[in-house]
Write a protein that binds this ligand. Structure first.
Ligand SMILES: [Zn+2]
Length: 432
């Protein structure tokens, strides 16, 4: 039964649910919204006394309110403490098989301190797997793929896709890289899926000649793929596109199409945009199908940049210019003498761009520790890279009219299994 669910959803997403124009897509979305709102009204105690006749009448949720109302929001009668204990136990023992009834439990990594708890049923997991495969398997060639999937295990969400037509190997990011490389030699994948920091590491080994794999498709997940990493991975593997998946525990939100454009999966989720600048917005998402823990008007703290272009692949779903990073990672500086208004807001992309122009560095991270202080972690610290980096920030400060912060340099390092964030704000910003 469960594999049938995956297959059914695979076929629907891949072939049946194709929309030739925006109007047809929107009509489908309205139908799915009506269904889902009726479902939560009847099945979720949290929504039972709310006006579910229109989506706009319902509260916007976030990680905190989702956790606070966990017990009444979910439709399975599961208590938060029970689920939390199970999730922590799984995480500690790295055994992700235990479930509560038919529901598996996971923790989402909280970047801002609090951890999110999520539950998903067997059926939903199969639907997810079907949708992911439908969107990601190469055109015209869907059988006999070998998928190498590098992810930090959150739950058993990622172990489901295994069958005679597809082999799926799961690589736990907490294990050492050398072990993964050996395994990759035994299991040369046709699809390579992982966070960009890991893809880059694999590319480095391949470039040294220690590994010879030829994936048909390379898919970047879990972290934002920046331009310089993208260029490098493309070059090493001779790939024309590095596909990106925008996936979090709250849903499968988007991916790259065959033309190399990044689309929001508007056939799976309904998107509301909270604009924070021209073309820049924070997404509020409603998933059409999640039933154990409904995702209704859930505000992610990501910053997305929309594109006005239509894609030639024919998919009328929104095209993104890029995913810029977390809203929590916007930097704030004090304005200089020419600045007007309040503090100066600097989006993560501007910070990354400063670093892209500095020669001879491969890896970097920039943290803002206070309004007037940055730490820059680079893999090559010498007088020239320091001078060049400071110069780039001076140009940016001049252009955007903020006071030049103090910059400290430190050797680049990462923690295994932890998301690599290139640009990260380390202090809580309060508007003045
Ligand atoms: Zn497209």
């Amino acid at each position: 039964m469960s594999k049938l669910t995956a297959l059914k959803n695979f076929a629907e997403v891949r072939w049946l649910r194709k929309f030739s124009d925006r109007a047809k897509l929107e009509k489908y979305q309205q139908k799915m919204l009506r269904k889902q709102l009726a479902f939560i009204k009847a099945g979720s105690p949290f929504y039972a006394d709310k006006d579910c006749s229109r989506l706009e009448n319902l509260p916007v949720m976030d990680k905190n309110s989702m956790m606070e109302n966990f017990d009444t929001l979910n439709t399975q009668g599961i208590k938060r403490d029970e689920a939390l204990n199970l999730a922590i136990e799984s995480e500690r023992t790295r055994d992700f098989t235990p479930t509560i009834g038919k529901v598996s439990v996971g923790l989402s990594s909280g970047t801002s301190g609090h951890r999110g708890l999520f539950i998903i049923s067997e059926k939903e997991r199969m639907e997810w797997a079907g949708a992911v495969l439908a969107k990601l398997l190469p055109k015209g060639h869907i059988l006999h793929h070998k998928v190498a999937f590098f992810l930090r295990a959150d739950n058993n969400l990622y172990e489901t896709v295994n069958s005679s037509v597809l082999t799926f190997a799961f690589f736990d990011l907490l294990k050492p890289m050398e072990e993964h490389i050996e395994r990759l030699k035994q299991f040369p994948p046709t699809l390579l899926v992982g966070p960009p920091s890991v893809l880059k590491e694999i590319a480095r080994v391949q470039e040294n000649g220690e590994l010879k794999i030829h994936p048909e498709k390379i898919i970047s997940v879990a972290e934002v793929l920046n331009e310089s990493d993208e260029r490098y991975i493309k070059k090493v593997f001779g790939a024309s596109i590095i596909h990106q998946v925008y996936q979090c525990t709250e849903g499968f939100l988007g991916c790259t199409c065959e033309c190399g454009k990044f689309h929001i999966n508007e056939d799976i989720i309904y998107l509301e945009k909270e604009y924070i600048g021209e073309n820049r917005f924070v997404p509020i998402i409603t998933d059409f199908r999640r039933s154990s823990q409904p995702i209704i008007r859930y505000r992610l703290n990501d910053v997305l940049v929309e594109s006005k272009e239509k894609c030639t692949c024919g998919n009328p779903s929104l095209v993104l210019e890029r995913i810029e990073g977390r809203e929590d990672d916007i930097f704030y500086f004090e304005k200089d003498s020419e600045g007007t208004g309040e503090d100066v807001t600097v989006f993560p992309d501007f910070i990354s761009r400063c670093m892209v122009y500095v020669e001879d560095i491969n890896n970097y991270r920039v943290t803002q520790d206070a309004k007037d202080r940055l730490t820059i972690y680079i893999d090559r610290i010498d007088d020239k890279t320091k001078k060049d980096t400071i110069e780039e920030f001076r140009i940016l400060a001049g252009r955007m009219h903020f006071k030049m912060p103090e910059i400290e340099f430190a050797p680049y390092s990462t923690e295994p299994g932890k998301k690599v964030k290139r640009v990260e704000r380390k202090f809580v910003y309060e508007k003045n």
